[in-house]
Ligand binder design. Structure first.
Ligand code: ZN
Length: 307
């Protein structure tokens, strides 16, 4: 990857409030969401995806995204991001004065038809228009390709399919291309290969990775992406999340485990692990169950040994 699309500093985008909470049967109140946001922000998370401007009947967990963002207001250096899927979502994002939006489609036709009820080609065409529309409103736009490293319905996804889609997104003016391993089918070699190809082809655009830990390769894939030049990674406090359309799907790489991995190698994340664990604690208490992230267990155990 060239210098151009390499941020010097690591940025972890926490998505527990969106990718995590969107499939929980228990709906967090707006006060709970604000508390979780504050805990994540105080731990030093640089970008937080707080919700999605989607149909409230389809995803009731995200119905209060407008109200949440209006309540949060300006958070200084912490970037507030939200997911949009169409022009209606863009309108709502603009009304809340969001500066950063995320959008994504699946490269796999079968996944796209199940998830978005659109062919992959139609979904991509819609997203290309949305990138242009959001960009012309002055928003920072990150657009993603789901199932970029494989699909449970279709198996391998060709790198050329990803490159073709990325080319259209870049032509539309996207600021960041998010490559998503929605199914957890990537491995460190496929990560390195695809990231390097996309980086070489589009040197002016930042690349981020969205890695589900379904097969336990989340951290290995993250490090492989880091070595290939990626500096923006999606994470979820506690490793919350999954996908209703992908059987057995696990959540994103737990934020606390990513912080531990990078910091233990001397790579600064800007995130304080101990304060981050208060966010994990808050989530676990709110949901009434343990989450898959490891570092909370490790540090709780150490503390008990010290006592
Ligand atoms: Zn995801």
């Amino acid at each position: 990857m060239s210098e151009n699309n390499t941020r010097s500093q690591l940025l972890l985008e926490d998505e527990a409030l969106r990718d995590g909470l969107q499939i929980e049967p228990q709906i967090f109140t707006i006060d709970q969401k604000i508390e979780l946001f504050n805990l994540l922000k105080n731990a030093g998370i640089g970008r937080i995806q707080v919700g999605a401007f989607v149909h409230p009947k389809i995803v009731p967990q995200m119905a209060d995204t407008d109200e949440l963002i209006n309540n949060l207001g300006d958070q200084g250096g912490t970037v507030i991001s939200a997911l949009i899927l169409n022009d209606k979502g863009l309108e709502r994002a603009l009304a809340c004065r969001v500066q950063h939006v995320s959008m994504s489609v699946s490269v796999s036709d079968s996944h796209s038809r199940k998830n978005a009820r659109l062919s992959a080609a139609d979904a991509l065409a819609g997203m290309v228009d949305l990138i242009k529309n959001a960009g012309s409103e002055g928003l920072e736009v990150r657009a993603g390709l789901q199932s970029a490293f494989g699909c449970v319905y279709e198996g391998a996804i060709s790198e050329s399919a990803v490159l073709t889609a990325a080319e259209k997104m870049v032509a539309a003016g996207v600021d960041e291309i998010n490559l998503a391993d929605s199914t957890g089918m990537a491995n460190p070699q496929t990560i390195r290969s695809l990231v390097s190809l996309v980086g070489q082809q589009f040197p002016g655009v930042s690349i981020s990775l969205h890695l589900h830990d379904t097969r336990g390769l989340g951290l290995a894939n993250m490090f492989s992406g880091y070595e290939a030049g990626v500096r923006v990674f999606d994470v979820c406090a506690g490793g919350l999340g999954g996908c209703p359309f992908i059987k057995g799907a696990a959540g994103n790489v737990p934020t606390e485990d990513a912080v531990h991995m990078f910091e233990s190698m001397g790579i600064a994340t800007g995130i304080d692990l101990k304060s981050l664990l208060s966010a994990v604690d808050y989530l676990e208490n709110g949901l009434g169950r343990s989450l898959p992230g490891r570092m909370k267990r490790v540090l709780d155990f150490q503390q008990n040994c010290d006592n």
